[in-house]
Design a protein around this ligand. Structure first.
Ligand SMILES: NC(=O)c1ccc[n+]([C@@H]2O[C@H](COP(=O)([O-])OP(=O)(O)OC[C@H]3O[C@@H](n4cnc5c(N)ncnc54)[C@H](OP(=O)(O)O)[C@@H]3O)[C@@H](O)[C@H]2O)c1
Length: 251
């Protein structure tokens, strides 16, 4: 299946990589179920893409809530037909040395990075199986590398990588499951890391210094690979892959 006419769920759709992914999908003629907690960015996304061949259905929901996700997926399928693609992209980063990290930050990252993909997959799985669908999890190079001073974020992303590989085996041959592992990408995520302004500046400088291509990525440079992995034309024989799109950071 190529992307035109497909119904695809994208979580964290209102900003950054999720927003860029929705734009690519919509331009390719897909119907996009745009999930995020805040309704306003999703409405703005729908307005911005109103001239594209695809559709955007605004679905405010917290991915950590199974009931909210089930309701959102039901609304989408009633309107657009069965879901054959999922992009688990919603995320949140709370960075701190371990002695200063807060248990509630761990709970929040666990809820969005782990419970979110589980809730979305379970809500969509019967239709994904029936329509030979594809799932792309947006993980992070932080799930592969040592992550001093942000170990809890790295641990929850390592768990996403584990889910990806296990689901790829468990759901084959009907459903393909892959992950994109972005390096540093310029998105609103850096506005809200739980760090002070100077700490964020130091972090950005460190990330830049450890990225061989010497710049942050743009959201669309990640979205391009997300859509390629969803598309059977390019990736019909690809599953269980953890694919870094990272300016060389993991090389
Ligand atoms: N930017 C980077 O350098 C980078 C690097 C590696 C990996 N990533 C990963 O890429 C993904 C996208 O992040 P981004 O960089 O594009 O950041 P972003 O612009 O902050 O996007 C994150 C999105 O997730 C949504 N979200 C957060 N918690 C949610 C929840 N519980 N339920 C539903 N939606 C939720 C947010 O919207 P609401 O607040 O409205 O819910 C937001 O739109 C994340 O998984 C992130 O970990 C980013």
């Amino acid at each position: 299946m190529s992307l035109s006419g497909r119904t695809v769920v994208v979580t964290g759709a209102g900003s950054g990589i999720g927003r860029a992914t929705c734009a690519r999908l919509c331009r390719a003629g897909a119907r996009v179920g745009a999930i995020g907690r805040r309704k306003e960015p999703l409405l703005a996304l729908r307005d911005d893409l109103s001239d594209e061949p695809g559709d955007v259905v605004v679905l405010p929901a917290d991915v950590g809530s199974a009931a909210e996700v089930e309701h959102a997926v039901r609304t989408l399928t009633d309107r657009c037909g069965p879901v054959s693609g999922v992009v688990n992209n919603a995320g949140l980063a709370r960075f701190a040395p371990i002695e200063f990290s807060s248990p509630s930050d761990l709970d929040d990252m666990f809820a969005v990075h782990l419970r979110g993909p589980v809730n979305v997959l379970r809500a969509c799985l019967p239709e994904l199986r029936k329509h030979r669908g594809a799932v792309v999890n947006v993980s992070s190079v932080g799930g592969l590398l040592a992550m001093p001073n942000r170990s809890l974020y790295g641990a929850t992303k390592a768990a996403v990588n584990s889910l990806t590989r296990s689901w790829a085996r468990e759901l084959a041959p009907q459903v393909r499951v892959n992950a994109i592992l972005p390096g540093p990408v310029d998105t609103p995520m850096y506005d809200d890391l739980g760090l002070t302004g100077p700490q964020t500046q130091t972090l950005r400088a460190d990330l830049l210094a450890s990225t061989p291509l010497e710049r942050f990525g743009e959201p669309d440079e990640v979205a391009r690979w997300v859509t390629l992995l969803l598309d059977d034309d390019t990736s019909g024989w690809v599953t269980g892959v953890l694919f870094p799109v990272d300016g060389g950071r993991t090389s």
